[in-house]
Design a protein around this ligand. Structure first.
Ligand code: SF4
Length: 299
């Protein structure tokens, strides 16, 4: 079974994504800083880009785990020979050094700590990778799914642009592979289980994959989120036609809500900055890269 993904020409109109709508719901100002960075006044473009690029320890742990698992899957596409587990884990730890040395951390920039505890990040990466390597899922992939490894889609290129109910949307999946008449879609997570948010992601994956592969029965797409830490866990559910139809409606409504904050929808030009209010839920601010302009320049 061949799985395809269409490429779309660039259009400026905004595209729905689960993470975009989350940010929109949490803090309109953070949403503006993040998605309309070039419209920000009174802060230099270079400084806005610097803030936008700030990373955090949990984000980088996730990046390392994603990259290592991606490499592992690509390696199994080329060779079915058993894996040298020690070397594989060492690759993850070396990658951690590389990523952590080359990036600027929010925790340092906003002085939460003087230095990043890389050893504890490595410990978490080590546990995540071991959890995966010792799981029934790993065993199943490399004893059953591997027979069709030439059809695997690993980290599809681009940002995962698709169409949901005719609207532009982004659903970036990590790994798709057929087994029998089903297509499994896996997404690796190293953070906490957030059922409601992740359920929306799963529905987005199923819809995006089915829009791109209309010859496959929509209910044959089985999206699953795999939590790698502290122990291997999973979120998946049987998706019905009704779930998918309902989700299409949700995407329409959420897209319209975001469009309401545009002066020009087609060109994705935002309304004036003052329309994008700060959140009252200040607990969210400690994870925000834009605390500095929010408090000092536009406070
Ligand atoms: S610091 Fe808080 S209020 Fe300001 S943009 Fe960030 S999340 Fe929103």
């Amino acid at each position: 079974m061949k799985i395809k993904f269409e490429r779309y020409p660039f259009t400026p109109i905004l595209g729905w994504s689960s993470s975009r709508f989350d940010l929109f719901s949490q803090c309109k100002r953070h949403y503006y800083y993040n998605y309309y960075t070039k419209f920000v006044k009174d802060v230099s473009p270079a400084q806005m880009q610097r803030l936008k690029k700030l990373t955090s320890v949990p984000l980088e742990i996730g990046n390392v785990v994603h990259t290592v698992v991606e490499e592992l899957l690509r390696r199994f596409q080329k060779s079915h020979a058993p894996l040298n587990e020690e070397k594989f884990i060492q690759y993850g730890l070396d990658l951690c050094d590389k990523y952590f040395e080359s990036k600027e951390f929010l925790e340092i920039y906003y002085k939460y700590t003087e230095s990043i505890d890389r050893d504890s990040a490595k410990e978490r990466i080590l546990i995540s990778l071991k959890n995966f390597l010792r799981s029934p899922l790993y065993n199943w992939i490399f004893t059953t799914a591997i027979h069709e490894s030439d059809t695997w889609v690993i980290e599809p290129e681009g940002y995962g642009e698709t169409r949901i109910a005719g609207l532009k949307a982004y659903c970036k999946m990590d790994f798709l592979f057929p087994v029998g008449d089903e297509v499994h879609i896996l997404d690796w997570k190293s953070g906490k289980k957030q059922e409601e948010k992740h359920r929306a992601q799963l529905l987005g994956y199923a819809l995006a994959a089915s829009v791109n592969n209309p010859s496959i029965d929509r209910t044959k797409f089985i999206p699953r989120i795999i939590y790698m830490y502290p122990s291997l866990d999973e979120l998946s559910f049987c998706i019905t036609e009704q779930d998918l139809t309902h989700f299409e409606e949700t995407v329409k409504i959420q897209t319209e809500m975001m469009h309401a904050f545009c002066d020009n929808i087609e060109q994705n030009i935002p309304k004036p900055f003052h329309c994008f209010e700060k959140t009252n839920f200040t607990a969210l601010c400690s994870n925000c890269s834009f605390q500095e302009p929010c408090r000092t320049v536009h406070g």
